[in-house]
Design a protein around this ligand. Sequence first.
Ligand SMILES: Cc1ncc(C[n+]2csc(CCOP(=O)(O)OP(=O)(O)O)c2C)c(N)n1
Ligand SMILES: CC(=O)[C@@H](O)[C@H](O)COP(=O)(O)O
Ligand SMILES: [Mg+2]
Length: 625
Amino acid sequence: MFHLLDRISCPEDVKKLNIEETHVLAEEIRAFLIDSVSKTGGHLASNLGVVELTIALLRAFDLPEDKIVWDVGHQSYVYKLLTGRRDKFSTLRKYGGLAGFPKTCESEFDCFNTGHSSTSISAALGIAKANILKGSDAHTVAVIGDGALSGGMATEALCDAGNLKKNFIVVLNDNNMSISKSVGGFTKHLTKLRSVPAYFTFKSRIERELSRFSWGDKIALFLKKFKDLVKHILVGNTVFDDMGFTYFGPVDGHDVEMLTLILNRAKLVRGPVLLHVITKKGKGYKFAEKHPAVYHGVSTFEASVGISSGKRHTTYSRIAGNTLCALAERDNNICVVTAAMSAGTGTDEFAERFSRKFFDVAIAEQHAVTFAAGLAISGLKPFVVIYSSFLQRAYDQILHDVCLQNLNVTFCIDRAGIVGEDGETHHGLFDIAYMSAMPNMTVLAPASFAELEQMMRFAASGAHQGPIAIRYPRGYLQPETKTDVSPFVLGIPHTVRQGKDVCIFCAGLMLTIGEKVCALLKEHGLNPTLVNLRTLFPLNTEFVTHMAKKHKLVVTLEDGVVKGGFGESVAAALAEREVACKCLVKGYAPVVPHGSPKELKKLCRMDEHSIAEDILEKLNRKGEI
Ligand SMILES: Cc1ncc(C[n+]2csc(CCOP(=O)(O)OP(=O)(O)O)c2C)c(N)n1
Ligand SMILES: CC(=O)[C@@H](O)[C@H](O)COP(=O)(O)O
Ligand SMILES: [Mg+2]
């Protein structure tokens, strides 16, 4: 079906193509990606933007000896396609299928796992240093986007890489977009650099012509000096030059021939090189070019008509965003801090309506937290709205800057629990454990939209001194029982169903499953109690002990890792008080693969049937389900 793509099974096949053929290949890759990703969902716009860049990288480098580290890795589909994984694309991000990010276990061409932003330069630098120590002449390339460059780790690595002597190239893929518009100081610098593209393009074109002659190199050398002179006049030194890099750019990232030429030249430079490539996010698909943010990560859609803007489910994120707007209307001190995720966290409306009090600090979670601490110590009421797995970055900032000073910072932890198709790097499984270990921290988990709103209002009220973390899941699922009838009171659980045999403590999304478990247990003649804890930490140990004494078995259900979760604290509290009752602590293992939430719950025995089975087994009634 695809004349050239059908013939590509490894990077060597790409190398055999002439330049005209690479243009055809690029067209075919785009057609393939649009069709395939529209059927599976995934990260589309970023991949459409790196088609030519990926082809050029495969032409210029010798893989797998040379290594390419993809930052975040959401743009690695083209690379996967050209490194022998085309036949697996129908399984993209499905359980047991092709991962949406680079995975060393998937292919010898994936040299480093990514998923979280801004790690590529550090990892590539480590690989390059190891090569030097091992006496290898292999090249190492980090491909990092302009958005990912805003992450502190990237700057730390750039500063460290400046005096490396050889074979290290950072390709900066600048499409002037993060998920939303790129923000921050680096973005301003890149805008300045982008303002002189015509010069480099012109020079490289001449070189390309000259390279046909034997004396071309000499002229090229002359032109390099000329270029440096002009560049300095036009833009001054780049920040990368000052760090010790040789800066090449800006280069048209959709010109395979020029990219290959410049990459080959970069390979000859003795020190580290930064190649600044300009691309268009969503290139070649009109809908994605027009709305790159919408096509950053997509669910399935009809490729010929694009994503419809029809009615969507209300999500926890949207409720959080709406509540923040409602709070800010009445309280001037409310402000919102997020790290390049305004759309995903539902805070985009707040950003528009309360722009002075909205702070998108770019992909800088650590900075976001300490910045919020500064706002809080000055009397403002910051809400830090970040995904659970990305907030892991800011562990010390939460501890050192917020908790030890007992500041009124509210953490709205989005994407808590399993997220599904993004997989192990993105599941929000650790926040209960890491937050509950912090001094002065209160951890809340709403089981419904109404509870989320109540908890946020409580946090904004100032009735409580100290940091509060409110964790809520990706999506829209709500419990079937109406839990919003009883008002939220800090530390007071809500007994949803009073029984006598088994007492199930749960919170957040697990309440929905808890209800289904109760229904199954009732079918087996049991009369379970179901408690929505709401406040996970500090744990109401008196309540827990009181309930445990009235039941044969206590079960805890949480969508986080078992180690350090509230289940362990319940078990410890009961053991300490010598309560004679059995305990079953249910939660997730630390590593959960990618797949649909339904499949993953089953895999981890966190679906209602597995949980009911485990409860019956604990009660010595094995095999009844
Ligand atoms: C630590 C962390 N924070 C946030 C994210 C979410 N995220 C994924 S891609 C992305 C934007 C990356 O922009 P850029 O590097 O320019 O790549 P592009 O999509 O433009 O190609 C963000 C914010 C993440 N993966 N990791
Ligand atoms: C690559 C990345 O980290 C983000 O694009 C992430 O996939 C977004 O996840 P949501 O779809 O849950 O917003
Ligand atoms: Mg970008």
